[in-house]
Design a protein around this ligand. Structure first.
Ligand SMILES: [Fe+2]
Ligand SMILES: [Fe+2]
Length: 470
C-alpha cells in the first residue's frame, strides 16, 4: 500500500490531452470535408438564395476547421500528422454526405443531419472537458456551436420560404446519413457503433463530382453574357447599351458596376470548384480559396443588393450569364484559376477599381462607392492568392511562369472561341435587356452639379477585339 490524498475534484476519463487531440482531429477532418462539400454544392446549386447561404456557410466552415486544426496542433500533436492519416470513417461519412441527388437532398442531409451531429459532438466534448485546463478549446467550440446553430436556423427559415417541404421530402436521405453516423460511433467516435446502412436505398451512389457547367436560378431567363464587352459580335446589344451610356457616363457606371458585380458569381464558382477538384493541397490553399470564393459571392450579392435597392425586378431586367463558367468547363482546374487570375491581376494593374470608384463617387452613389471600396480591398488579396497558389501548383521557376503564360493564353483563346461558337444563340443577345432597362433608368434620373470629372475607362477582357469601336 502507498499513501495519497483524495483527488480534489472529479474528472471525466476522456478529458486528457491525447484523447482531446484525437477527438478534435476527427472534428477538423469533418469540418474540412464539409467545407469542400459546401464549396462543390454551391457550384452545383442554381437557386440564388440557397446558393448564397451555401457559400457563406462554406467560408464559416473553413474558419471552424482552421480553429480546430490550430488547437489540435497546440495539444502536443505532431505537426506532420495533423494533415496526414485522416480517419477513414470520417472521410467516408463525408463522402456520403456529398452524394445528395440534388440541392434539396444535399441541404436536407447537411443541415438536417451533419450539422446537428457536429453540434452534438461539440456539446459532448464541452460536457466532458475541464473549462479551466482546456479553456482554449472551450472558447473555440462555443463559438463554432453558435455559428452552426445560426446556420441551421437560417437554412430552415430559408427552406420554409423557398421550398417548405424540403426537410420532409429528403427524409429517407437524412435517415440514411443518420444511420451512417451511428455506424462510426458518431463524429467523435466514442459512441457504440451500429451497423452500416449498406442495404438502405441511399447506399451505393457514385462519388460526387463538381459540375463542369452551371445553371442560373430558374427565375432568370437563360443568358450567356451580361454586358457588351463579353461578346464583340452582339452589335445590337452594344448599341442598346450605348443608349444608356448616352444618358450620362456616371449613370452607365452605376448600372454597369451593379450588373457586373452581380455577375461575378462565376469567379466564386471557379474558385469553389477548385476546392473540390484539388483534394490534397496544403491547408492554407483551402483557407485562401474559401475566402476568395466567398468574397466573390459577396461581390455578386453587392450587385444584387444595389439592383434591388433601385426597386428593380432583377430577373426581368438584368441578364445573369453562365458563359464564363461554362466556357471553362472543359479546362483543367488549374487553367480555370489561371484565367481568373488574369482578370483579377489585370483589373488591379490597370487601376480599374480606383477609376470605377471615382466615377461612382462623382455620381454621389454612396452605396455603390462603398461596395466598390470594399471590393477593391478584397481584389487586392485575391491577386496575392492567385500569385501564391498558381506558383505553388506550377512551380516557382521560369518553367512554371512560362506554363502559367501558356495556360492563360490558351484559356483566353478557348473563351474567344466559345463566344464565337455561341454568338448567334438567342441567349447571347443583350439588346432586349437594355431596351427593357432603358426607360426604367431614364425614369429614375436626378440632376446633381457637374464636378467636371473626365470619364475614361475600359474593362479587362479576354479578347481585346471586344473593346474596338464599331
Ligand atoms: Fe470580385
Ligand atoms: Fe476577385
Amino acid at each position: 500500500m502507498v499513501k495519497v490524498l483524495p483527488t480534489s475534484r472529479a474528472t471525466h476519463e476522456q478529458a486528457r490531452v491525447d484523447n482531446a487531440s484525437q477527438y478534435l482531429k476527427r472534428c477538423y477532418v469533418a469540418e474540412r470535408q464539409s467545407m469542400r462539400t459546401l464549396a462543390a454544392w454551391f457550384v452545383d446549386t442554381s437557386q440564388w438564395d440557397f446558393k448564397r447561404q451555401l457559400s457563406s456557410d462554406m467560408w464559416q466552415t473553413t474558419r471552424h476547421a482552421d480553429a480546430l486544426r490550430t488547437r489540435v496542433l497546440e495539444l502536443r500533436y505532431p505537426r506532420r500528422d495533423v494533415d496526414r492519416k485522416y480517419d477513414a470513417d470520417i472521410l467516408n461519412l463525408l463522402a456520403e454526405c456529398a452524394k445528395g441527388r440534388d440541392t434539396f437532398e444535399l441541404i436536407g442531409g447537411v443541415y438536417g443531419v451533419l450539422l446537428p451531429e457536429l453540434m452534438r459532438t461539440y456539446q459532448d466534448y464541452l460536457d466532458q472537458t475541464d473549462p479551466l485546463d482546456d479553456a482554449p478549446t472551450v472558447y473555440i467550440l462555443r463559438h463554432i456551436l453558435a455559428d452552426k446553430q445560426a446556420q441551421v436556423e437560417r437554412m430552415r427559415a430559408l427552406a420554409a420560404e423557398v421550398m417548405p417541404e424540403l426537410f420532409e421530402t429528403t427524409r429517407d436521405w437524412q435517415d440514411y446519413l443518420r444511420v451512417w453516423v451511428a455506424s462510426i460511433g458518431g463524429i467523435g467516435g466514442l459512441d457504440a457503433r451500429g451497423e452500416k446502412p449498406d442495404g438502405h436505398a441511399g447506399a451505393g451512389r457514385q462519388d460526387h463530382e463538381v459540375g463542369r457547367s452551371v445553371q442560373r436560378d430558374a427565375r432568370w431567363r437563360p443568358a450567356l453574357f451580361h454586358l457588351p464587352h463579353e461578346n464583340k459580335y452582339d452589335l445590337e446589344g452594344r448599341k442598346a447599351w450605348q443608349r444608356i451610356e448616352a444618358l450620362d457616363k456616371r449613370v452607365a457606371m452605376q448600372v454597369w458596376s451593379a450588373i457586373s458585380h452581380f455577375n461575378e458569381i462565376w469567379a466564386a464558382e471557379v474558385v469553389a470548384a477548385s476546392m473540390w477538384d484539388f483534394d490534397s493541397q496544403p491547408w492554407d490553399f483551402y483557407l485562401d480559396l474559401a475566402r476568395w470564393s466567398w468574397d466573390e459571392t459577396r461581390h455578386s450579392t453587392m450587385g444584387y443588393r444595389a439592383l434591388e435597392g433601385w426597386g428593380w425586378d432583377v430577373p426581368e431586367l438584368v441578364p445573369w450569364g453562365n458563359a464564363l463558367y461554362n466556357a471553362m468547363g472543359p479546362m483543367p482546374p488549374i487553367q480555370r484559376l489561371a484565367l481568373l487570375y488574369f482578370y483579377e491581376e489585370g483589373l488591379l494593374r490597370a487601376g480599374t477599381k480606383q477609376i470605377e470608384l471615382k466615377i461612382l463617387e462623382s455620381a454621389q452613389d454612396g452605396g455603390a462607392a462603398q461596395d466598390m471600396d470594399f471590393d477593391w480591398a478584397d481584389e487586392a488579396i485575391h491577386v496575392s492568392y492567385g500569385y501564391t497558389w498558381l506558383r505553388h501548383l506550377l512551380g516557382d521557376s521560369s518553367a512554371g511562369r512560362e506554363e502559367l503564360q501558356r495556360l492563360t493564353e490558351e484559356a483566353r483563346d478557348i473563351l474567344a472561341r466559345f463566344v464565337q461558337a455561341h454568338k448567334d444563340d438567342p441567349e447571347a443577345k443583350l439588346a432586349p435587356y437594355f431596351d427593357r432597362l432603358y426607360p426604367v433608368v431614364e425614369g429614375m434620373l436626378r440632376e446633381i452639379p457637374d464636378d467636371g470629372l473626365e470619364i475614361a475607362w475600359a474593362p479587362v477582357v479576354a479578347d481585346t477585339g471586344a473593346l474596338e469601336e464599331t
